[in-house]
Design a protein around this ligand. Structure first.
Ligand SMILES: [Mg+2]
Length: 348
């Protein structure tokens, strides 16, 4: 069976979000650090990477390499919010979305495309939509399976879009070092290097029996035997339930009165309700989001005892949040309503 798989991976995700929200930092080397688990870099921007700063590097080592490094504490809530936005974009293209991390996912677009060139167009559209909605860049890889799609997305970062066609696989894989094969960690790499397997070409030259002699009788040897030939049959598994369903609207001109914003809510609520119905969800928490003229986001949420699902209920809930809680005089450029605390509607 021929499949078409897209792998989307955000560029320097946490650091890019921080720079989006503090544009003055754009030209500086920046690293996001986990303050709770003191001492390691979570993500560095590309400026910092030029100094040799890397993820998981101890902060003192990073500062040694780059004394001017700007250290920022993580804001996991914000990153999760952006991740939910990404998920929402992905599900507009296919239901077969498998998140790998907050900033990465596989999408199976076999049904939505008939050639890899079609799938490439879809990937380009997804990247553009991500950029519009989050003001963040991503890299995408397109190929016939998960392994090759993920390999592709890493080839031209940042803002890359790379297709690996079946006829390119042999040349590409023989040149790889074994540690660049997805899933080969330090331990496995060490085992393979001992008998002289250091490159994709060398990996491929070994029979399955020879690999089993090195790696044991488990799943790893057959898996690597396949990967060395570009074979990866793992399906994209969309096991995750939706976390949030919502719609946002950006205005050409900032809205400065509550009445103007209230007038937008019924239309947005109709779209949210339609999306929830299509996917069979109701939800108990309604989230209202505004972005002010200076891009500052504000959200307000309220949880109801009964699940909501109709457009009327959602519009009422969002109107209540807007009326009671939010100043709007400074101008609002984006208004969004989403529902979290989702559950499956009975009977669907
Ligand atoms: Mg990433």
């Amino acid at each position: 069976m021929t499949r078409r798989i897209v792998h989307v991976d955000m560029d320097a995700f946490y650091a890019s979000i921080e720079i989006r929200d503090q544009p003055d930092l754009a030209a500086l080397p920046v690293a996001v650090i986990a303050t709770a688990r003191r001492g390691a870099v979570m993500t560095a921007n590309y400026v910092a990477r030029r100094f040799g700063v890397r993820s998981a590097m101890p902060v003192h080592v990073a500062l040694n390499r780059c004394p001017d490094l700007v250290l920022l504490p993580q804001r996991m809530e914000v990153y999760r919010g952006v991740s939910a936005q990404l998920q929402e974009v992905f599900t507009r293209y296919t239901d077969l979305v498998e998140p790998l991390a907050l900033d990465e996912a596989y999408l199976d677009v076999t049904q939505q495309s008939s050639t890899l060139a079609d799938a490439e167009q879809l990937a380009r559209a997804i990247q553009a939509e991500i950029l519009t909605e989050t003001r963040l860049t991503s890299s995408a890889g397109v190929s016939v399976n998960k392994f090759l799609a993920k390999l592709a997305s890493g080839l031209h970062k940042p803002s890359g879009l790379t297709v690996i066609a079946p006829e390119e696989v042999d040349t590409l894989l023989t040149r790889l070092l074994i540690e660049d094969f997805y899933g080969i960690g330090l331990v496995t790499a060490g085992k393979l290097q001992a008998p002289g397997i250091r490159t994709g070409a060398q990996l491929r030259s070994r029979s399955l029996a020879e690999l089993q002699a090195v790696l044991g009788a488990g799943k790893l040897a057959p898996r690597l035997h396949g990967l060395a030939r570009g074979v990866d049959e793992r399906p994209v598994e969309a096991h995750r339930e939706a976390q949030s369903i919502g719609v946002e609207r950006t205005f050409d001109q900032n809205l400065t009165t509550r009445e103007a914003l209230l007038a937008e809510l019924p239309g947005i609520a109709v779209e949210v309700a339609a999306r929830m119905a299509r996917r069979g969800y109701v939800g108990r928490t309604v989230v209202l989001k505004l972005r002010y003229a200076d891009w500052r986001p504000v959200t307000r949420r309220r949880t109801w005892t009964q699940p909501l699902g109709t457009a009327e209920d959602l519009a009422d809930a969002a109107s209540a949040l807007l009326t009671s809680e939010l100043p709007v005089e400074q101008g609002v450029r984006l208004l969004g309503v989403s529902v979290v605390n989702l559950s499956r509607q009975e009977g669907s």
